[in-house]
Each structure stands twice: as C-alpha cells, then as structure tokens.
Design a protein around this ligand. Sequence first.
Ligand code: SF4
Length: 637
Amino acid sequence: MLNGYAGTILRIDLTNEKIEKQPLPAELAENFIGGRGFVAKTLFDELPAGADPLGPENLFIAASGPLSGQFMPASGKTHFGCKSPATGGYGDSNLGGHFGPALKYAGYDMMILTGRAAVPSMIVIEDEKVTLEPAGDLWGMGSLSAETRLKAEMGEDFQILTIGPAGENGIAFACITHDFGRQAGRVGIGSVLGSKNIKAVAVKGTGSIPVNDPKALLEEGKRAYRDVRAKPGFTGWTPEGTAGITDWVTRVGALPTKNFQTSYWDRHAKINGAAILRELKITDKGCYCCPTPCGKYGKAKTGLGEVYVEGPEFETISLLGSNCLIDEISEIAYANYVCDELGLDTISAGVVCSWAIECYEKGLLDREAIGKDVQFGDLASVVHLLECIARREGVGDLLAGGVKSAAQKLGQGSEAFAIHVKGLEWSGYECRNAPGMMLAYMTSDIGAHHARAWVLGHDLAGSSGSVHDLISSEGEAEPLPKSEVVGRAANVIASQHLRPLFDLLGICRLQFMELGFEVEHYERLYEVVTGRRMSWEEMLSVSEKVWQLTRSISAREIPGFGRSWDYPPERLMGEPVPDGPNQGHCITRKEVDILLDEYYAMRGWDANGIPKAETLRQFGLEEIAAGMDNWACHRAA
Ligand code: SF4
C-alpha cells in the first residue's frame, strides 16, 4: 500500500478491448511523485519512437498526484499527456474540476489508453467496474452538450470528460472539457482522445485513499484553509479571478493586440475583470476543495445569441479579445462558449483566428478562401472561423493544424506573423520588452505556454529598474549585459521547476502564486499524506529531472529538433512594438541567441539545446542517456 496513492494503474487497449489493472510501482511514485512526472516517465518508456500523434500507437495518459483528492486547498488537478499533434514532441495539459479526485476514489492514479476503438465509444469507470461503451449517438455533439446529456443520463455523481467536434476531427488545438468549462486546453490533447475514437470518459469513485496519518491530515488541512483565508489577497483576488490581471498587463505593455502587432490596447477597461463583474458574472465557480474559486460563471448576451458560460479568464480575454480586437466582454464570452462547445483551446483559437484575419487584410487569403469577408473586431468573423476549423470546412482545413502548419502551407511571408513556438500558439503575454519572459516562452517544453514559467514581474523589476534600459530600439541592439542574461536565464529555470511542481503533486498553484501560500504547508501535507519527508528543494529537484525528461522526449521524437525550435516568430524577434508603453522596443535574433546560450549552458545541454549524456546521468536517467544516439533530433527535418 502506497500512502497518498490509489495504488493502481488502469490500462485500456482500445483496439483489443482489453482492460488491465496493475499495481502502481513504488519507485515511480518515489522518483516522479505523480501527475506530470508520471506522464513524462510513461511517455518516455512506452511511446513507440516516431509514433504518429493521431495514430493508435500514441498514448493518452491521465494522471493525478499524491495530493489530489486530499483534504487540503485546491487539490483537484488532473494531468494529461501524449505526443502532441501540435508540436510532434512532448505534450501535456491539465485541468481542475473534480475528475482527478474521482479517478483516485475509483481506485486509479493513472489511466493509460492505447490503440483505437473500432467505433465511437466512451469509457465508463465505476469503482472497479470499467467498461467501454458505444457512443455513436454522442459523436458530432458539442463538448458541453455531451456532458449535459451524460450527466442527465448517468447522474451527477459521475465526473465526465468530453471532446467536441474539434477533437473528433483531429484539430491540432482541440481540448478536453470537464465540469462545463474546465479545459485541458493545450497541445491538442482532445484530438488524441478523438483519434482513439473516445468521445467521453465518465468516472464515479466511492472508495478512499490510504493516508499515512489521517488525524494529522485533518489538522494540517484545517490549518491550510485557515492560512489561505487569512492571506491579504484572499478577498481581493477571487471576485475577478485571473481576469483581474488585464489592466496590469496592459499598463506594462504586454497585452497581445491585433495578432501581436502591438502590446497595448486603450480599450482594455471594456474587457477586464471589472467588466466581467459588471456585465456577465452570476456566480463564482471553483474546483475540488478550492477556497479561492477563480471560475466566473455568467450569461453573455450578444447579437449572435445568449449563452451561459464559464469564463472568460485572462488568457481567453487576451487571445480572443484584444488579439482579435473584440472589445465587448460579452462577445469574448460568447466566443469562449463557442470554443468550449466545439472543443477548441481558446488560446490557440485566438491566435489562429487573428492570423487568418491578418492574412485576409494583407490579401493572402481572400473572401473565396475564407468563405466570407472577415475583419478584426468582428465577433461574426471569429465565430465563422472557429466553426470552419472545428469541422475542417473550407479554410478550416488549412487552419486545422494550427498557425505554424497553416503558415507553412500558405507561405507568402505569413510565417513571420504566425505567433507560436514549436508549433504551439503563444499564450497571453507579449514580451518584446521582457527578455526573461520571452526566454520562458521559447524554452517551454510544450511550446509557447505561460504556465511553465512566468517571470514577467521579475523582468519589469530588473536590476536597472526597467527592461527599457536593457535593449536598444534602433539598429543593431546592444547585447544584454552578461549579468542580466545570467539573471534572466536563472530565473526562467527556477520558475520552470517551481510552477510544474504543482503539476507533479496534483494541486493548483494559484494559492501559492497569487496569495503567497507558504511552501511549508505543502511539505507538511505531503509528509502526513505519504509518510515520506521531502523538502521543497528535493521536490524541485524532481521537477528539474522531469524537465530533462520532457526535453529528451521532444529530442527523441522530432527530426532536426534543437535551437531553431526555440526561436520566437519573426514578428517578436525584430519587429519593434509600434505604440504603447513599449513603443520601439524589440528583441533581436542576436539577443535571443545570447539568452539561449546561457540557458542551455545552465541546463547542461549542448549548444543546440540537446541534453548532454552526463547531465541525464546526473539525474539518474541513465537508460535515457544510453539511447540518445538514435534520437530523431540527429536526423534532418
Ligand atoms: Fe480551480 Fe481556480 Fe481554485 Fe485553482 S484557484 S483550484 S483553477 S478554481
């Protein structure tokens, strides 16, 4: 018995309809903790090298962590992993809600799907009873609609994951939806579930999880809730949730605007957290055991219709809002709803739509290609594009692979303003005046995603007071001073270990990040739950090991993988910001290379960004080091 864990891995071979249960290996729990750690280790060990991301050989993994489902604040996170259809490399995404705890209460720490079901199906888990059931009548249905129907038929006790038409149609930015508005949005994880012919997973768990010291957990859990509630930011942060950051991001000139053409929008006050309270919000909505419910459930009335929707949170506001020049919060919420129902990640969807509209403005895509005249600031244009994409109709087929793939197909210079790294569309912070944050996006292991590392605040509080002083806006930029490069690379690396650590434990990071909830709580809770003492530093070193592992997976899977995969798009690497607080600022290719040189050296990677064998051995990853000569990164793309 492993305290803190359900103790079983559920494996379903969909091709052969074979369901197996195996004990969770103690060394997996001890060496990789859970969640993202389980996902990365399993992918490295079991994914056939060179697998087609949408082929039956890819794995779909769902994993919780030792603190998931425990009596403590915000313990409801579930991590999902696969070879990403967006990047071709390592992919993971997570969601809150209640699925992970339910899976654990049903008896499983991890579910691994392989193969492909013969017909559209759903997986039903009711404690030890696991069945694969036909779901042809759900196929084609929206994600929210399918969840509504399944809840009505199966009962509220089931926690349900669904995909929408986008996941069924192999869209590279299809998401998984749960709890009517919680998404595992990134890397195309919804398409991987769809490629396995799985429309939904429903789980009901009524068991319990062994805990080393239940009495101490009760005390520590109560203390943790008391301490969260006593934090100075407790009452201020929750009402607006992540949308509350919109004004600050605008003020510092980091708000993606008009397909990242600029980073400031004077209409931000129409789409900020206050606008949500004023125009949309009905109630707060939170995940399992969360004392700070950041979800905002509301009603949006627009010219296209009225919808009930959870959101928009900040990322959606920035990518479907300012980045598409939609300046009505109700319209952003409507586009959010359309994405949720179609099963599209709102971040990638916003970037893809804004790229397509810019192509139209530049005459690279015409009315015939798109199916209608489109323009920035027009909700109907965005909704038209979203519906085409999810169903691969018309221009949707071009856009289905994401912005990198679409730009490669269209050419004509459109790659310069396709805003992504590694094929994953850029999330909500424009960084031409924030070298550290730019480096964080460049080196994120899944592609351009803010949740891996967030150092924007540190960038702005740099030793010289402002990043404005670090980069010349004219001609050949001054290289960043060495001390600044080292500081920024070190900060990015530290953040890349810190944020994903919460994904190992199976809990939400926002109480720590937003309210300053102390790490001692997590150390103590981990100890009373598992019976093992692990300092925060020791946990961070596991997170660092997982970072080496995820980079290795991409190096193994992607032909030609290396430094060129870490570059930002041309728009963000040489095109100065045209207006706003950061007017004239940009980062040059030379500076990008200086940052990468330092980052790779600190990581123990070679000059091309590939982990060195001795580095992998340092982390006990000998078996990985042994096979690295065969990695695809050594072959031409
Ligand atoms: Fe979920 Fe938000 Fe609470 Fe985190 S803070 S657990 S994302 S509701």
